[in-house]
Design a binder for this molecule. Structure first.
Ligand code: GCW
Length: 689
């Protein structure tokens, strides 16, 4: 059969393209960053194989079994080797994992100083010589640390770090690294966009092991398993049994179970006549309840409480303070070493006309009044998880109280599971922010890691974005936010870029060009989202579902759920005046921030309309008018969203088709949504000015 050369070229190109596509295996996203796909057949892979010939784990505890399971699984997947578990290294290339108390081999190394430096959750990974053989030792003072070290060891291979001459000492900067699940007992998830709850109402299945593996791989060590809008039923016997079953699955992975408690539980469950925290019957009820919980869950972590906030009951119902409320629970938990995380997400309209001022005004006077096992749990910003907020002024303003930062991994106000928004840059902006509480350099990180005020209790919580969707997070890039939260909870100094690189390499591929494309998409995505939803610090221009643009929104229930309350757009200008002439919120920040942010000329453009109400023709640093700058930001954001889609399209055939198409469809939606934000907001403000 005669076939023209151009036909032949097309045919060959098609075959090559098909082969390339087939070469990338079908994936569902279920395996997250623990994909363990085979490394290419290179000398590098041979070197890894020589460094992973056998596994020595002397302990037989459930955590030790998890370590062996994970290492064998990882090494089989990545290197195609079956590393046998042996009692002692008998050749080069063994991997020894353990603690001095459960492993005589580790104890004999005498690494006392390094292990003390690493602590029980930290670890040491070193190349060493044991019984005349070159080995890698993963050692920790605690079993969970040994597990974390094992995941780190696998990550070295996943991210192609050579295993020669290793000398790694890691210690987590924050002690409590928690996920908060806003899961309701009926299986729905408040602000969850990736399917129903992983455990409520009736599941305790294998999938929870994979949830625990994923969390342990990034150092997360606690899960609050029910929503802060807590159903009091979560403290009843059958549900505590269920919590105990979940805790049994999590325990080998170093994850403790915590519960959200409803402050009215004594009345609702115990038929007491009051929930007054100073009432002795109430205190006894909580003590007995907590004792019951510990008899079922001996390592129970404690309670998070949302009180006197958005209709939830609390101590103020009885004329008591937040400290009184927290302390009654803290006293019940203290004998078991449990903690209370008392949320500072309160915004009682009676306190101040400006919503963002209220929590500070209520909580600062309580500093020093909480028991020592109480954390105040504070959202990153003073409003509510907006795409950009200044840091919450409570950071640095409660020197006597440990503060647990609350971040939101689920993208409630950030495109939910439809938009690609990598959150690490936003979290870094928060963590690196200088509070000036004790002079320059008093960053939020130093407030929460205890170094600023010599605190020993430290922690961070992230509102989870997981659900029953096969890929856990709905959007495949939602996984990056779960991953980044864990990595920053471990080490807030890591860069958003470094975390992205790890995640991309493990989740997609280590090919440098692909990594560069995805990295730049991720790193640009948060600012793009800000450009099309909240230019120049405008905030809360959103509908009640917290998804779509709704600058005209006036919520009949509460002024501070309305968009108009925040933007104040009219013929005179736009923005919320929070200077001394306005609400005075800027005074809650320390010098020099309060001076800088009082003056529009020295306020960063990104927060301009957060702090100021300005005329439409106000002259921006760019030389444009405020109005032109706004329009330009909306346009730019919409273009940037479109660019994400275009960049992704260049990766067709370079990643598996399933995930490629799933991401593409969402990016397309993002492009359309961003254009809708631009069009609706520009039209709306045009008519107001
Ligand atoms: O972000 C808001 C959400 C509520 C949430 C509340 C909170 C759990 O819109 O859904 O309730 O914050 O953090 O308590």
């Amino acid at each position: 059969m005669a076939i023209s050369s151009s036909c032949l070229r097309v045919f060959v190109a098609a075959v090559v393209a098909m082969a390339l596509t087939l070469n990338v295996r079908a994936e569902t996203g279920y395996d997250l960053w623990l994909r363990y796909v085979p490394l290419d057949d290179t000398p590098e892979r041979d070197a890894y194989r020589r460094s992973a010939t056998a596994i020595v784990v002397e302990s037989r505890s459930p955590t030790a079994e998890a370590i062996v399971f994970e290492l064998q699984r990882g090494l089989r997947g990545l290197l195609g080797v079956d590393a046998a578990r042996v009692g002692r290294p008998s050749s080069d290339g063994g991997v020894i994992v353990g603690t001095p108390s459960s492993s005589p081999l580790v104890a004999a190394l005498g690494w006392t100083d390094a292990l003390a430096r690493a602590g029980r959750d930290g670890y040491v990974i070193r190349s060493a010589n044991v019984a005349g053989h070159a080995v890698t030792v993963i050692a920790s003072a605690g079993e969970t640390g040994a597990l974390y070290g094992s995941f780190h060891f696998l990550r070295l291979i996943q991210t192609r770090v050579p295993l020669a001459r290793l000398d790694i000492v890691e210690r987590p900067r924050l002690d409590r690294r928690l996920l908060n699940h806003w899961d309701n007992l009926d299986g729905t998830i408040e602000r969850g966009y990736a399917g129903g709850s992983l455990w409520w109402p009736d599941r305790v299945d294998r999938r929870l092991v994979d949830y625990a593996r994923a969390n342990a791989s990034i150092g997360i060590n606690g899960s609050v398993i029910n929503s802060v809008n807590a159903n009091p039923q979560s403290l009843t016997e059958p549900l505590l049994e269920k919590a105990a079953a979940i805790a049994r699955i999590f325990r080998p992975y170093g994850i403790r179970v915590y519960l959200a408690a409803n402050f009215a539980a004594p009345k609702m469950l115990g038929s007491l006549s009051t929930d007054d925290p100073l009432d002795s019957a109430v205190a006894r009820w909580w003590r007995e309840k907590v004792d019951d919980i510990y008899s079922l869950i001996p390592d129970f972590g404690g309670f998070v409480v949302k009180a006197n906030s958005e209709g939830q009951p609390g101590p103020q119902d009885y004329g008591r303070t937040h400290a009184d409320g927290a302390n009654v629970l803290a006293d019940a938990l203290a004998p078991h070493a449990g903690i209370v995380m008392w949320r500072a997400f309160v915004y009682d309209e009676k306190v101040d006309p400006d919503r963002v001022k209220r929590a500070y005004m209520e909580f600062v006077p309580l500093d020093g009044r909480f028991r020592e096992n109480v954390f105040a749990q504070v959202k990153n910003g003073p409003l509510d998880f907006q795409p950009r907020e200044p840091f919450h002024p409570l950071f640095g303003a409660m020197p006597k109280t440990p503060l647990m930062a609350e971040l939101q991994i689920t993208q409630e106000y950030l495109g939910q599971s439809n938009h690609l928004v990598y959150l690490a840059p936003m979290w870094k902006e928060f963590l690196d922010a200088d509070t000036y509480a004790k002079g320059t350099g008093s960053t939020v990180t130093k407030v929460i890691d205890g170094t600023l005020e010599s605190k020993t209790r430290t922690g961070i919580a992230g509102v989870a974005n997981t659900g029953r969707d096969t890929n856990w997070t709905g959007h495949d890039f939602g996984q990056a936010n779960w991953y980044a939260f864990g990595r920053l909870a471990w080490n807030p100094d890591l860069s958003a870029r470094a975390i992205a690189d790890e995640w991309i390499t493990m989740t997609w591929s280590g090919a440098p060009e692909l990594r560069a494309t995805i990295r730049s998409m991720m790193l640009d995505s948060r600012e793009a989202f800000v450009h099309y939803t909240m230019p120049l610090g405008l905030h809360h221009l959103i509908g009640g579902d917290h998804y779509a643009p709704m600058p005209e929104n006036t919520d009949p229930r509460r002024a501070d759920w309305s968009a108009t309350y925040y933007h104040h757009a009219d013929a005179s200008g736009i923005g919320y005046d929070r200077t001394r002439r306005g609400s005075g919120a800027v005074e809650q920040y320390r010098s020099p921030l309060r001076e800088l942010w009082s003056n529009p000329g020295t306020t960063p453009d990104a927060l301009l309309l957060w702090f100021h109400h300005l005329p439409w023709d106000y002259g921006m640093k760019s030389g444009r008018t405020l109005w032109d700058e706004l329009v330009q930001s909306y346009r730019r954001g919409a273009d940037e969203a479109k660019a994400l889609e275009t960049h992704w399209a260049t990766l067709h055939g370079k990643v598996d088709e399933e995930r490629y198409q799933a991401v593409l469809a969402r990016l397309h939606r993002q492009t359309e949504d961003a254009a809708a934000w631009r069009d609706k907001c520009v039209r709306y403000f045009q008519a107001r000015r």
